[in-house]
Design a protein around this ligand. Structure first.
Ligand code: GSH
Length: 212
């Protein structure tokens, strides 16, 4: 299956949670809006503005998987998690992974609103420690681990000074970030041009005055 990912071409943003899962699994996918000309952003806008679609996506990111058009980041990852072996297979494990990813979605809104998300973070450290400290869900890599990596990276970009101090309170999450970064496919992806650098346009934005 060749997946088509539709997300803004110049930022990591929420689309990066999906890119990391596809890259970790070595999945065959196209980052549509990064294609030049009409086949890029205009192709994405055409779907977003298609008034006849029975089940239209509200906003990027969305994923085309054969006939399916799947939106909402956590929903896309729930779908991919099973097909890319990045989530538990048992019902309880699947639901737990989805619950955690929906909580990542909450945290991203906080970050997006530059409302300093300390409390949300400690919740994820607690979940990790309660699960033995190596993975967020189960005993092996899942897309929730990849999302924790992205949140650490984003917060380090947006709040470099504050994070230096705060990371002492979340040693498990920082160690998880380091393990994810060393995974062969992700290490290759992160070093590639496919990884979009952080900028003042995405969810994670650096404001000197906020990084006290
Ligand atoms: N809850 C949705 C949020 C989707 C969303 O807000 N996408 C942003 C980009 S990160 C967007 O393009 N919103 C529509 C817009 O700004 O026009 C998700 O998790 O996927």
């Amino acid at each position: 299956m060749r997946y088509e990912l539709y997300y803004w071409p110049s930022i990591q943003g929420r689309g990066e949670f999906v890119r990391l899962a596809l890259e970790e699994a070595g999945a065959d996918y196209v980052d549509i809006a990064r294609r030049p000309g009409k086949r890029g952003v205009p192709a994405m806008m055409k779907i977003l503005e298609d008034k006849r679609m029975a089940r239209p996506p509200y906003a990027p990111p969305f994923l085309k998987a054969g006939p399916l058009v799947i939106a909402q980041t956590a929903n896309i990852l729930m779908y991919l998690g099973q097909r890319l072996n990045l989530a538990p297979r048992d019902e309880a494990g699947k639901i737990w992974a989805h619950q955690l990813q929906l909580t990542v979605t909450d945290l991203v809104v906080h970050i997006h609103d530059t409302h300093h998300p300390v409390s949300g973070w400690l919740y994820f450290e607690r979940v990790l420690q309660n699960n033995g400290g190596t993975h967020m869900v189960g005993r092996r890599i899942s897309y929730v681990d990849l999302s924790m990596f992205e949140i650490v990276e984003g917060l380090r970009y947006a709040f470099p000074k504050r994070m230096k101090r705060f990371e002492k309170k979340v040693p498990g999450l920082v160690a998880l970030r380091d393990r994810v970064a060393k995974r062969p496919r992700l290490a290759a992806y992160l070093a590639s041009k496919r990884r979009i650098p952080f900028s003042q346009w995405g969810i994670y934005r650096y404001f000197k005055e906020l990084d006290a």
